[in-house]
Design a protein around this ligand. Structure first.
Ligand code: SAM
Length: 309
């Protein structure tokens, strides 16, 4: 089945394109790694995003994931989805903090968005404010429930676990997810150069080993995701919990099937590197032919290199 995908020089199929729509955000999470992006103020228009996705589709990319920054901060977000959805990908998803989702969920669904991952680390108002520096918990919850209501299925909740901040809230969050037919993703905190506090990772890092052990004991069934670094999924009492842990570079790279696009329109071949970006948007803006744009995409794919240290 993987034969139909375009592959890089290391025979890794390129299945999905992850586009960072903006670096702007309406919260300021204390741990945010900004998806490994270098800060830039530039953004692409809906038409430019359409062209990029069209080329991606033509070389065999099947899935699109939109992220940020906060993607819903873009006023043209429905138009962006509408344009991308007209290209008929297998799956279009978005990672959002949910704060503006109540307003947009229905229009996004109608425009062709398939599903959302919503970041929510806590159901406690003070803790939410401590993590995000904003008092938007109720808006985020309303957005999440609206996403479920309109069928952006499955809604997944991304919960980054931090020692002495929210590690004791997993049970409560799982209950919230189960009650609303959502999947809970527990994310192990990754050290981030962008964090203000150098000591942050050491102070708040919470290894998910113990949690996984407990989930194994409780689970009715456990499955592994083949294309997602062997992530484990635990099925418990009709609910579902997935564990997202940083894997060593060798493993991460070996299973990587994604290409990324930065907000200012560069192809980012590798998550962990910024020294092999490939300029794309200037070629789109100067009206280069689709053939030429395809060549640039393939150049980006050929820059992909496992980072084995
Ligand atoms: N604004 C959107 C949101 O909040 O989902 C999208 C951008 S955010 C950078 C994407 C995801 O990265 C979120 O689920 C967030 O929790 C996760 N994330 C950010 N920094 C992280 C870190 N240091 N460790 C683990 N996950 C992190």
């Amino acid at each position: 089945m993987l034969e139909e995908f375009i592959k890089d020089r290391y025979q890794r199929p390129i299945i999905s394109l992850r586009i960072t729509l903006t670096n702007r955000c309406n919260v300021n999470c204390l741990y945010c790694h900004h998806d490994g992006m270098i800060t830039s103020k530039e953004e692409m228009t809906a038409d430019e995003l359409y062209t990029i996705c069209k080329i991606a589709k033509s070389i065999g990319v099947k899935k699109i994931r939109l992220s940020g920054g906060e993607p819903l901060i873009r006023k043209d977000i429905v138009e962006v989805i509408d344009k991308i959805a007209s290209l008929d990908f297998d799956d279009i998803s978005m990672t959002t903090n949910g704060i503006l989702l109540e307003k947009y969920a229905e229009d996004l669904k109608n425009a062709g968005l398939d599903r959302v991952n919503v970041s929510l680390d806590t159901l406690n108002r003070e803790t939410y404010e401590y993590i995000t520096k904003k008092d938007y918990l109720e808006s985020a919850k309303a957005g999440i429930l609206k996403a479920v209501e309109v069928g952006l299925y499955p809604v997944k909740i991304n919960m980054v676990i931090m020692k002495d901040i929210n590690q004791n809230e997993i049970k409560e969050m799982f209950k919230f997810c189960k009650e609303n037919n959502m999947v809970l993703q527990l994310i192990e905190l990754i050290e981030s150069e962008n964090c203000d506090d150098d000591k942050f990772s050491a102070d708040y890092h919470y290894k998910l080993d113990m949690v996984e052990e407990k989930l194994s004991e409780m689970a009715d069934d456990v499955r592994e995701r083949k294309l997602m670094q062997g992530r484990k999924k635990y099925y418990i009492d009709g609910g579902e919990i997935e564990i997202v842990r940083p894997v060593d570079n060798t493993n991460f790279c070996a299973k990587c099937s994604r290409l990324r696009i930065t907000p200012d329109g560069k192809i980012k071949p590798c998550l962990l590197r910024n020294d092999n970006l490939v300029e794309l948007i200037s070629h789109v803006r100067s009206g280069e032919s689709e053939e030429k744009l395809k060549e640039i995409f393939i150049k980006g794919i050929n820059e992909r290199e496992p980072f084995n240290s």
